[in-house]
Design a protein. Structure first.
Lengths: 324, 188
């Protein structure tokens, strides 16, 4: 009894002594969930992944916070991305499951300004998307391929259909455009490009889709194809809609009197003539019906170079990297 | 005014501390308000500095206090430790009327102190400072493994969580049984 009282007195004295000094006992677990999420939002990928391995509650918290990627690329044997706080590059590690988990995490919890699926990852991407993706992936700009058409569609379907731009490579698959135009992703995008279109006579279908959907002014489609005959077929398809026609440009009416569609066979300068010999560039665009011919954008070389840089710049690897 | 009103840096001064003024003197006389934390030390802060806190700004915007009324009615923040409140007041003064920089290196590095600051700043609704604090919290675990993070932030493992939950359930069950027995005893 006496010792108990002694202990109590000691304790009280100690408390009194230290009462002027604040005692800091607050820790991560005392933080409200919204503050934790704010902190998680400031973490880089590695720390997020580490935190979600500490406990179930932390895992679900981390997973509820989307991560913003400025650009993310899945390439053959690598994943690279840049975000506001970091630049990340990982070469494929031997542990296949861990690699797939990383891919899945990024795809499940990422919000992308730009996402690229490059040559060599087709199989992995298909396996990755077998996983449970309950939500559609948000991305402003999507670049896919060159892949098999089924894979392209499989990937597209995992994304929200509000991307601003979509870049595809059809690998000269003949049914490619028909299949792709069915998807709202392509219908809604303000810019689309398809490389190596198998049947260039199909490009009239793009114009028809825009007419049917009354697409916005500025909506643009760029195509490369090694075929040359479709441009001549446009007037046949739209005989009653022709506004003007030259060797390189055809302007057609839409059902909306405020909008026209301009179809251009990109003309070449001497510098790029070699490229043009093996490839045709087409550009389709919804324009204002008031647009004058003098307002047409003739700076086609820059946009062709941007679309297929590997054909213009020696040493450019189509995976987007310059080789030494 | 509370009899415990003190200066901020020492216990001696009887008058509340005056916040350091920004270099440019305002043309119109600035109004001041008074706040105190758990330690009852009163801080005199200009309305301009307090604009950082959405909570206090909302409280004072319609008060129309005179200097005397403000002095006589300091805002009590009993849930905030004195030195944490001091930090907040200092930050508000330093950034009064200035654009907030992208980084703030003056935040405490001690984790417990930082977490207390986070809670205070969150309560006082100081958005910019909260952003800095959260960044600082995130930096605490930069490059750390799950085990290291668990140790630094004292995160219980799932097994520990489950054990604690079981223990709590057990205790609640015992208490409920005790209450039932007591109620039965009363009924008899």
């Amino acid at each position: 009894m006496a010792s108990n009282i002694k202990n109590l007195v000691e304790k009280t004295e100690k408390t009194a002594e230290s009462s002027n000094d604040p005692i800091y006992e607050t820790n991560w677990c005392d933080m409200p969930a919204d503050i934790k999420l704010e902190c998680i939002g400031k973490m880089e990928l590695k720390e997020r992944l580490s935190l979600r391995c500490t406990a179930k509650t932390e895992k679900s918290l981390v997973d509820s916070k989307k991560m913003h990627f400025i650009e993310c690329t899945f390439g053959k044997n690598y994943i690279g991305f840049s975000s506001k706080n970091e630049y990340f590059f990982a070469e494929k590690f031997e542990d296949q499951e861990a690699w797939l988990n990383l891919m899945q995490y990024i795809l499940k919890f990422g919000v992308f300004d730009k996402i690229n699926f490059r040559r060599g990852v087709e199989e992995l991407v298909n396996i990755c998307f077998l996983g449970n993706f309950s939500q559609l992936i948000p991305a402003k700009n999507i670049e896919i391929g060159p892949f098999n058409m089924t894979t392209v569609i499989n990937i597209l379907q995992k994304f929200k259909d509000d991307a601003e731009s979509i870049s595809l490579d059809s690998l000269i698959q003949t049914e490619f455009l028909d299949a792709i135009l069915q998807y709202s992703h392509v219908q809604n995008a303000s810019y689309c490009q398809i490389k190596s279109l198998g049947r260039s006579e199909d490009i009239q279908k793009i114009a028809q889709m825009w007419i049917d959907n009354d697409s916005k002014i500025g909506t643009t489609f760029q195509i490369t194809s090694d075929k040359n005959y479709s441009f001549e077929l446009i007037p046949t398809h739209f005989a009653d809609r022709i506004v003007s026609q030259t060797e390189k440009r055809i302007r057609i009416r839409t059902n909306n009197p405020a909008k026209h569609i301009l179809v251009e066979l990109e003309h070449q300068s001497e510098e790029v003539v070699v490229v043009i010999l093996v490839c045709r560039f087409y550009r389709l665009m919804v324009i204002s019906a008031d647009m004058k011919e003098s307002e047409y954008d003739d700076n086609n070389e820059e946009r062709m170079r941007k679309m297929v840089p590997e054909w213009f710049d020696w040493g450019y690897d189509s995976d987007g990297e310059y080789e030494d | 005014m509370s009899s415990t009103e003190q200066g901020t840096s020492s216990a001696a001064p009887a008058e509340p501390t005056t916040a350091p003024e920004s270099a440019a003197a305002p043309e119109v006389p600035e109004s001041f308000y008074y706040v105190h934390g758990k330690d009852k030390v009163v801080h005199k802060v200009s309305a301009g500095a307090l604009q950082h806190s959405a909570l206090i700004h909302g409280m004072i915007s319609n008060l129309g206090y005179t200097e005397e009324q403000a002095k006589a009615n300091p805002f009590p923040f009993e849930n905030i430790d004195g030195d944490i409140l001091q930090m907040v007041v200092d930050w508000c003064n330093q950034h009064k009327g200035k654009p907030t920089p992208p980084e703030d290196t003056n935040l405490p590095k001690q984790k417990e102190k930082l977490f207390d600051l986070v809670l205070a700043v969150n309560y006082l609704e100081i958005k910019e400072l909260l952003t800095y604090c959260c960044k600082q919290v995130a930096m605490m675990v930069k490059g750390k493994s799950p085990e290291e993070i668990r140790e630094i932030w004292m995160i219980p493992t799932d097994a520990e969580d489950e054990a604690a939950e079981k223990e709590a359930k057990k205790r609640a069950g015992k208490e409920a049984a005790g209450e039932t027995a007591a109620a039965a005893g009363d009924a008899k």
